[in-house]
Design a protein around this ligand. Structure first.
Ligand SMILES: [Zn+2]
Length: 78
């Protein structure tokens, strides 16, 4: 079984009521963060499968960390 929520599939993510993903730049000096609607990705694809495909719009680095975007109340006023 997977231990971390970011390793779940898009289908599993939708099952828990999450429709968006947060994409974090892998460069800690950049720290750029984006939100994407996940409806375009198939249910059997893992979030981690598309991480290498992202290119940061701020610094141009390839690769990102994807996490399910839980409800605002769960995240807090970050
Ligand atoms: Zn960046």
């Amino acid at each position: 079984m997977t231990a971390y929520p970011q390793k779940i599939t898009f289908g599993e993510m939708r099952e828990i009521g999450t429709r968006d993903v947060l994409v974090y730049c892998r460069d800690p000096k950049c720290g750029h963060r984006m939100t994407f609607n996940a409806d375009c990705w198939p249910d059997d694809m893992r979030l981690s499968d598309i991480e290498p495909d992202f290119v940061c719009v701020a610094c141009g680095k390839r690769g990102a960390d994807l996490r399910p975007k839980f409800s605002q109340a769960h995240i807090g006023a970050g």
